[in-house]
Design a protein around this ligand. Structure first.
Ligand SMILES: [Zn+2]
Length: 124
């Protein structure tokens, strides 16, 4: 079999390196695929990968602490939770560690399920 000299540029238009020439050679042997088709396919695959990674980066992180607000905006917050507490209500929003530490002074109770006071080191 004659060696295939790849005429394909090592970089796609978006500037990301394409898979190794070994991968390309495998695909090019399939005569039903033109090189142009192949290039377009690889480019689409890369764009999807870039989109996926961008999605991971921009996803907001889980807040470390949560405060569960009262039933209406005039009611005081009811509980402080750790970020992943399964018991945190829908009215919870993320707060900083400092805010979580100050919450008991404002009369906000620590959630009995996730015990954020323990996580905050206020019991020792
Ligand atoms: Zn909780």
């Amino acid at each position: 079999m004659p060696a295939l000299s790849p005429q394909i540029a090592p970089y796609s238009r978006s500037g990301h390196p394409v898979p190794s020439s070994a991968t390309l050679r495998l695909c090019v042997n399939d005569s039903s695929l033109s090189r142009l088709d192949l290039l377009r396919f690889l480019e689409r695959a890369q764009e999807r990968e870039v989109e996926r990674q961008r999605g991971i980066r921009t996803r907001p992180p889980t807040p470390e602490w949560l405060i569960e607000l009262g039933l209406n905006r005039h009611a005081a917050p009811v509980y402080v939770h750790v970020g992943e507490c399964w018991n945190a209500g829908k009215r919870s929003r993320g707060i900083s560690r400092d805010q979580a530490r100050r919450a008991p002074a404002d009369g906000v109770k620590a959630c009995p399920q996730c015990q954020p006071d323990r996580a905050l080191g206020m019991l020792d």
